[in-house]
Design a protein around this ligand. Structure first.
Ligand SMILES: [Fe+2]
Ligand SMILES: [Fe+2]
Length: 165
């Protein structure tokens, strides 16, 4: 933990670490939801969905990495036990019981919308108080906004193709 680096932070660092750990739990669950979704998805245009889901999974893992690095830098410990993910998370894990492409896309759109709200809250929490965390969160939020848009766009494309047949 850098002493001066932490001194310039004008908020409760323990509370910040708690929020970042909750977001970290969300990211692992988001990673797995995409990853396993890409394994089980079925139906027309599932190839396009697999490409998108796999790409998003990689990006969620990168978010987990960014959050864990910042938690350590702040003097905290990233959540050590996966059993805690479903206790600490903010966004629910959505089990992909229905392998239909549109069902999987809908679940992931819902998850992204929760992520967008969570990161907007974290931006509000850190704004003008912890500029370093703020910019990390901003970078993640930009990805989540893009993820939601990608999935909604793919859904529109799939629905268009289905209506033509
Ligand atoms: Fe993410
Ligand atoms: Fe995302």
């Amino acid at each position: 933990m850098g002493t001066k680096g932490n001194e310039i932070i004008d908020l409760d660092i323990d509370e910040l670490i708690k929020k970042l750990n909750s977001a970290l739990a969300d990211e692992w669950l988001a990673y797995y939801q995409y990853w396993v979704g890409a394994k089980v998805v079925e139906g027309a245009m599932s190839g396009e969905a697999i490409t998108e889901l796999t790409e998003h999974a990689d990006e969620e893992l990168n978010h987990a990495n960014l959050l864990a690095d910042r938690i350590v830098q702040l003097g905290g410990t990233p959540v050590l036990n996966p059993a805690k993910w479903q206790e600490m998370n903010t966004c629910d894990y959505k089990e992909p019981n229905d392998p239909a492409v549109l069902a999987i896309l809908d679940q992931n759109i819902e998850a992204e919308q929760c992520a967008i709200v969570t990161y907007q809250d974290l931006l509000n929490f850190t704004k003008d108080k912890d500029v370093v965390t703020y910019f990390i969160i901003l970078e993640i939020l930009k990805d989540e906004v893009e993820h939601e848009d990608d999935l909604q766009q793919l859904k529109i494309d799939i629905e268009k193709i289905r209506n033509q047949n």
